[in-house]
Design a protein around this ligand. Sequence first.
Ligand SMILES: *Cc1c(COP(=O)(O)O)cnc(C)c1O
Length: 507
Amino acid sequence: MSIKKVTQHPTQNEALIFERSQSGRIGYRLPKLDVEPSNIDEIIPAELRRDDDLDGVPEVSEVDVVRHFTRMSTWNYSIDLGMYPLGSCTMKYNSRLNEKVARIAGFANLHPLAPEEESQGALELIYELQEDLAEITGLPGVSLQPAAGAAGEMTGVMLIRAFLDKREGEASKERRVMLIPDSAHGTNPASAALAGFTVKTIRSTAEGLTDLEHLRELCDHGGVAGLMLTNPNTVGIFEKNIREICKIIHQAGGLVYMDGANMNALVGVARPGDMGVDVIHLNLHKTFSTPHGGGGPGCGPCLCSADLDEFLPVPRVEKVGDKYRLNYDRAHSIGRVKAFFGNFGMMVRALSYIYTHGAEGLKEATETAVLNARYVSENLKDVYDKPYESDCMHEAIFSHKNQSKKGVVTLDIAKRLIDYGFHPPTVYFPLVVEGAMLIEPTESVGRADLDAFIDAMRDIDREASDNPQLVVDAPHTTRIGRLDEATAARKPVLRWKRDMESTAKAA
Ligand SMILES: *Cc1c(COP(=O)(O)O)cnc(C)c1O
């Protein structure tokens, strides 16, 4: 039997589990059959049994499996490994306490079809979280059903549409324009288009704010259903004219939707409801510290003013006396937006986060998040181009303007940061800043980590002058350097086939 040569050390490339396969290796033995083998035809009919001798399934031992996956897990950067400064994503630390609470058996094992009277604790938790989020945003209507920020947006613009349709009847068909600033997250126009609106783009000013003149002009054209605004906006600046903006939209007969993905700059300090906003979504997986990324379950609550409450998704969780009940009987509801009640485990973690912080703690987290971003902004602005003058909120934005003169662009800086042990920031977003780097440290990093990040960024700037090729060729410390990312995204190789082995070797 020929023993295949496979690499063994964690610093070397890891072969696929299929390539590790050695004929005859076993990782698990089933107990001896306790039925007569002659009976097998009665128990499992022949047509349901496979006859290919498990061809193609890797044959590996338990230790092969454990080491293979453990090695690969060390290739990942994660929030438990270090700072993760992805702007707009609010990659804050996920507290272990929240995980512990989410694993309490009564929450973790509760079946979504369990009767109301046996689910009182879970319903109370949903109700309490709704109350707390209403208090935090200043908007009384809440649905925790949407499974992500984008799903919350979709729910929110559907509420706006239902409200306008009820108010204006047939005439509402003429009111289908959704205004969205040019700095917005791509999900905003996508949600508006899915809900049947036509999107018109509002320009930003040189200050990085919504251009009020252009907003008025677009409103004068008529047909405005509403505005979708992120605040602080995606360049990290607070829209100081938010009251005026809301007034202009309301006078035009529209409603104001706020993308609340950036609420980590506001929680405990300012409330969108008080600013004149009608609808908002939150990202519990950003602002309220529930795990985030990898496509896992999220929660994007949608909140609205009392005028829009009747349109919220069903079922509503209501409190009657000291009991909680589910109300499906709402004539004007837009219906369900998610099976059952949404991603309940995320709600448990978010309420745990809120309770462990308390009102004062939430405010302090916000203030620290803003302070950390301003610290980064102040300590890098002499070497990196800061495109807007005003102080940032919870994220610092830079462009590659200074370094690109030496042939080093944002992508190179991001890749070089990996060599310094940092996850890169968000790059090339928002689109309104050429070569954007959007850095959001969150409140979860201390001074020492911020300083290390700042030092790395300053070193890279120096390298861009002294040895630009070093930066352009980065990363140097990873197993794989620069990928052809377009091909990887457009033509991903998702299945290993036996004959790929020889192809891979030849390459
Ligand atoms: C993250 C984000 C979204 C979308 O949230 P998902 O949970 O990823 O769907 C929308 N808008 C902004 C500004 C965001 O940062």
